[in-house]
Structures are given as C-alpha cells and as structure tokens.
Design a protein around this ligand. Structure first.
Ligand SMILES: Nc1ncnc2c1ncn2[C@@H]1O[C@H](COP(=O)(O)OP(=O)(O)OP(=O)(O)O)[C@@H](O)[C@H]1O
Length: 598
C-alpha cells in the first residue's frame, strides 16, 4: 500500500469511528427516556444490593441483643431484597426495549444511507457483507446504550462497598485493598484481549458472508464450471479462524472469570481474618463483621463489570462496521424544478469521472438537443455505462456539470429528477409483488392499469404476461421468466414512467433482433416524446439514432450520424464488426425460414 493510500485509509477509519460514535449518541438519544429508566433501575438495584449488608448486619445485631426494633428491621431487610429483585426485573425488560429500539434506529439510518448513496459507493460492500452489517452487527451495536447504563451501574456496588468497608473498619478495608491492583490488571487485560478478538471475529464474519452471497449469485456459473467443491472450500476457508477467534473470546472471558474467582476467596479470607481479629479486639460487632464480609464480596464483584464491559466493547466494534454504511456519501438533491414542458436538452460540460483512483471518463462536453435519440457506442469498457449514469444522475461527475433543460442536475429535486428521468437496464431487478406492480414500480403516483398495459405492449411484454396464470396479477415468485422477458418488463417499467429523458443502458441486449426493432419502433411512436440515450452494441440502434456518440477509452472519439461515421471512420465500423456479422446471419436465417415456408 502506498503512503497516500495508507493516509486515506487511516482518515477513512477515523471518519467511520466518529460516525459510529455519533450514531451511538443518536441511538441513545432516540431512547433517552428508556435508557435513563434502565440506568435508574440498575442504579436502584445496585443501591439496594449495597444497602443489603448494612441492613442485614444491623438487623443481626438487633436480633442478637433481642432488641424490639429487630422485627421492623427484619421487614426492612425483606423490603430491600424485594426492591432489588423487582428493579432487576424491570431493568431487564426495559433493556430489551432499548436494545430493540436502538438496533432498529441504527438499521433504519444505515439502510436509508445505503439507498441514498450513488450505486458505485453502495457497491463498495458486497451484498453479504452489507447484510451482516445491517443484521448481526446492528444488533450488537444496538445493545451499547443499555450496556453502558449497566456497566455504569455495575460500578456502584464495588465502589460503594469499598467505601462501606472503610466506614465499618479501616484495617478490614486495607486488607481488602491489598488485592485491588490485581483486579485492575485483570480487567485491563480483559478489555484489550476482547477488543482484538472481537474485531477479528467480526471481520471474518463479514468476509464469509460476502463470499457466500457471491457464490449464491453466481450459482449457475459455479455449476457450469463444475467448481462447487472449490467454491465451498473458498467460502469456508476462514471458518477455522472464526472458530479460533470465538474460542479465544471465550478463553479470555473464562480466564478472567476463573482468575477473578480465584482472587475473590483470597480477598474474602483476608477480610474475614482481619475482621475476626478486630472483632476479638472489640473494635467491631458480629453484625459489622457480617456486613464487612458481604461488602468485600460486593467489592470483589467488580469482576462482574467485565460482562458489561465485554458487551460495550463488542457493541462499539460492531457499531463501526454498521457505521461504515452511515459514512457513505449521500447523493444529495436540490429543490429546483425543470422548466415546464422542456424538450429534454441535455448538456455535459467538461465531465470527468474517476473510479478506483483513475479517470475513466475525460473531458466530456456535449449538447444533446431535446427530443433527440442518441446512441452511445464504443467497445467494451469505453465508458458507455458511466456516461449513461452521469447523464441521468445515478452518479455525479468528479468534475464538470450536467444540465437538463438548462438546470444543473445536482440542483433538481429528487422527486422531479425521478419523474423526468427514467432508466432501463440490461439486467433489471423487478420490485413489487406482482408483474403489474413491477411495471408500475416507481416514485410518486404510479401509472394506472391501462398505462401499465400500454407500456408492456410497447416493450413487447404484453403477450407473454397475458399468458401467465393471472396475467398482470401474477405474483413475481410464480412467474418464471427468461432473461429477455425480465428485460422487457424492465423496459415496460421505464416506458410507463417515461419523462423528458429516458436512458436505456443496454436494455435490449437479451432481445432477438426482430423484437428489439419492434421495441425501438414502439418507443418512437407510443411513448411520451423526449430525449433518449441508448447505450447499445447493436448496429440497428446506431442506425436508427439521430446522433451517435462514439466513446473510446473514456473520451468522445467522434459524434455524428451513423451514416457519416460509417462512411468516414473504419475504426467506427470495426466497433460493430461482430454485430454486423450477427445481424447478417440473422437476416440470412430469416430469409432461409421464409424460403422454407413458401
Ligand atoms: N466502480 C468502478 N471502479 C473501478 N473502475 C470502474 C468502476 N466502474 C467502471 N469502471 C471502469 O470504467 C471503465 C468504463 O466502464 P463502463 O461500465 O462505463 O464501460 P462500458 O463501455 O459500459 O462497457 P461494456 O460495454 O462492457 O458494458 C471500465 O474500464 C471499468 O472497468
């Protein structure tokens, strides 16, 4: 890694840490009342636990002296113990609520951020990795506010108990204090070791989830390549590490518990021995000795703080993972509207796009008059998809501006942008319950059933949709579709929402040439007129376009009509060499079939 990269990564990690802390504060504020109630209950239970030895000791002294006040103090003992149990129970219930609410809030914020960032930022995290951050890690992170309250309250009994020891008898308290440095060392080592293990464990979890999702998405390729066994090994490769780190966490926890369990009796014996000497010297009574021993037990219970501390450490580490989503940059929107009835004139001024540290679109300056159909062509990797993404503001350029009907796209409101700019992709994802809903899916008021059908007809989808068991009401899960059929539904969705600018990014690539031409014709005749940007490898798309933008290595090599470019630019013809052959073959095939039919 080069030094600037290392600096960038460190700065990014620091930014994520700050975002994580802010997210935790926001989550705690969101349930401030309940978190305060958890703190109140746990502090109350701790106070009751702290009062218990003193009340018990005093009651014992009264009963030994047969003092009549003894029965009232016995009742007080019962009340203190009952209060401790009740407060613990209410605290546990409230803790569940706070955990749930904080988790839900973190999840909602992270998901909203994920959906509002530019797609290439969201793609930084693999789907499995994202799912783990939003589920398991968000759950751990959501536990932090209540865990902090518990950890704070857990400090009260030991600190109060040491104070009480001093109040009962100085020498007994000093006997206890001899063991305290060992306890502190134990807790520090616990916090350090747990943090390291938890961070490693969560990292391995994310990577394994990421690999699993990749494999699920690529199941067909894996089956075709016959590499299922190798893939299984790749997914599970880090499982032993997961086991190692999991065991290490339990070892650290178990070791700390065991060491504190060994330390505790020694402390208690020391207190008992010194207390016994003080009792025989008449410095303290039997009740006070009982109270001192119980306080020593409470004070040594500082080891119990380790449980709360572990939850806080795990939660903070998990928050950083969820917060990486919160730190994604938002694709913000302005409030501007577009001029009423504008033709859809698109202007790119000095557009430059950087990906992976290198410029992949350079100096793109171009005016596309409203109502024009533009074919964006070029070899694979030339920058066509990025051009389309910038043109409809799926992403912002790193330099330069994009204007639609004279208004910078960055300033256009989200609602206007998505009403006026539509997209269809090569591999659309269908969202909604039914086929009809998938076509109507979009911002604002969706199109009615008639508009949905018209869009499907234009996209060449109506016929196969009507053959489905419940036509447009068929559930997507019950409608097995080919790649071309899914693509036609994606086109129908774009047509149903067509605004002044429509971007078709390789959206007919899975259609046969005849269907693709029918769709192009329907688009010209039946869909709201406007500017069309058609990313295409097909010769026919370039032929039908009013203007061709020819990209090469991220730059505009030339613009013009297809005829002009075809006549004067051999390199332009070479872009379509394979397609020319394919279309010729398809024409020949069709001619042959016609001949055969005669
Ligand atoms: N997120 C990214 N990180 C790094 N490089 C990227 C990213 N997105 C795109 N690129 C690079 O930018 C270049 C242009 O990509 P683009 O997808 O626009 O090409 P294309 O012309 O649409 O290709 P194709 O015809 O194969 O779909 C490619 O070299 C690609 O590797």
């Amino acid at each position: 890694m080069s030094p600037p990269d290392a600096v960038d990564d460190a700065a990014q990690a620091a930014a994520v840490a700050r975002t994580a802390d802010r997210a935790l504060v926001a989550a705690a504020r969101h349930s401030a009342g309940r978190t305060a109630a958890v703190l109140g209950c746990t502090l109350g239970a701790a106070a009751a636990a702290l009062a218990e030895p003193a009340v018990l000791g005093h009651t014992l002294d009264l009963l030994l002296r047969r003092d009549p006040a003894g029965s009232a103090w016995t009742l007080l003992c019962a009340a203190v113990i009952a209060a401790e149990v009740a407060l613990d129970a209410v605290g546990a219930r409230l803790t569940g609520e706070v955990d749930g609410r904080s988790t839900a809030r973190l999840r909602r914020l992270a998901l909203a951020r994920l959906l509002r960032t530019a797609p290439h930022h969201a793609a930084r995290h693999a789907p499995g990795d994202t799912a783990a951050r939003l589920t398991a890690h968000a759950t751990e992170a959501g536990k932090v506010p209540a865990a902090v309250a518990h950890a704070v309250a857990a400090l009260l009994p030991p600190l109060g108990a040491v104070t009480a020891l001093f109040l009962i008898d100085l020498w007994t308290a000093l006997a206890f204090l001899v063991g305290v440095p060992f306890l502190v060392l134990l807790l520090r080592a616990f916090a350090r070791d747990t943090h390291t293990s938890v961070a490693r464990y969560q990292q391995v979890q994310l990577e394994t989830a990421g690999r699993l999702t990749e494999a699920l998405a690529g199941a067909r390729t894996i089956a075709a390549a016959g590499t299922a066994e190798r893939e299984r090994a790749r997914i599970l490769a880090r499982l032993p590490e997961l086991g190692t780190e999991g065991r290490r966490m339990w070892q650290v926890y178990g070791g700390t518990t065991a060491r504190s369990a060994a330390l505790m009796p020694m402390l208690l014996y020391a207190v008992l021995a010194v207390g016994g000497i003080r009792l025989s010297a008449g410095a303290i009574g039997v009740g006070e000795l009982l109270a001192a021993v119980r306080y020593a037990g409470l004070a040594a219970g500082i080891g119990a703080v380790t449980g709360g501390l572990a939850a806080v450490v795990r939660g903070r580490s998990a928050t950083r993972r969820t917060a990486a989503l919160l730190a994604l940059p938002v694709l913000g929107h302005g409030r501007a509207r577009l001029p009423e009835g504008g033709p859809g004139t698109l202007e790119l001024r000095g557009v430059r796009v950087v990906r992976g540290g290198a410029a992949v679109l350079h100096d793109i300056s171009l005016v596309i008059p409203g109502g024009t159909t533009v074919a964006v062509v070029g070899r694979s990797g030339a920058g066509k998809t990025l051009f389309a993404a910038v043109a409809g503001r799926l992403t912002d350029p790193d330099a330069g501006r994009v204007l639609l009907d004279g208004v910078p796209l960055r300033e256009v409101s989200a609602e206007v942008l998505r009403r006026e700019v539509g997209y269809a992709f090569d591999r659309p994802v269908l969202l909604g319950d039914t086929v009809g809903e998938a076509i109507a899916f979009g911002a604002g008021q969706g199109p009615g059933p008639e508009a949905v059908r018209a869009a499907a007809r234009a996209a060449g989808a109506d016929l196969f949709v009507r053959r489905l068991p419940h036509a447009y009401g068929t559930r997507l899960a019950d409608a097995p579709m080919s790649g071309g059929e899914v693509q036609r539904l994606g086109l129908a969705r774009a047509f149903a929402h067509a605004g002044r600018l429509l971007v078709l990014d390789d959206a007919t690539s899975s259609l046969d040439t005849v269907t693709a031409r029918e769709v192009e014709r329907a688009l010209a005749r039946e869909i709201r007129p406007g500017t069309r940007i058609v990313v295409a490898h097909r010769l026919s798309s370039a032929v039908r376009a009013d203007l061709v933008v020819w990209l090469e290595h991220g730059r505009i090599r030339a613009t013009g009509t297809h005829g002009e470019l075809w006549r004067h630019e051999p390199a332009y013809r070479a872009v379509f060499a394979a397609d020319t052959q394919r279309e010729t073959d398809e024409d020949t095939e069709r001619d042959t079939q016609r001949e055969a039919a005669r």
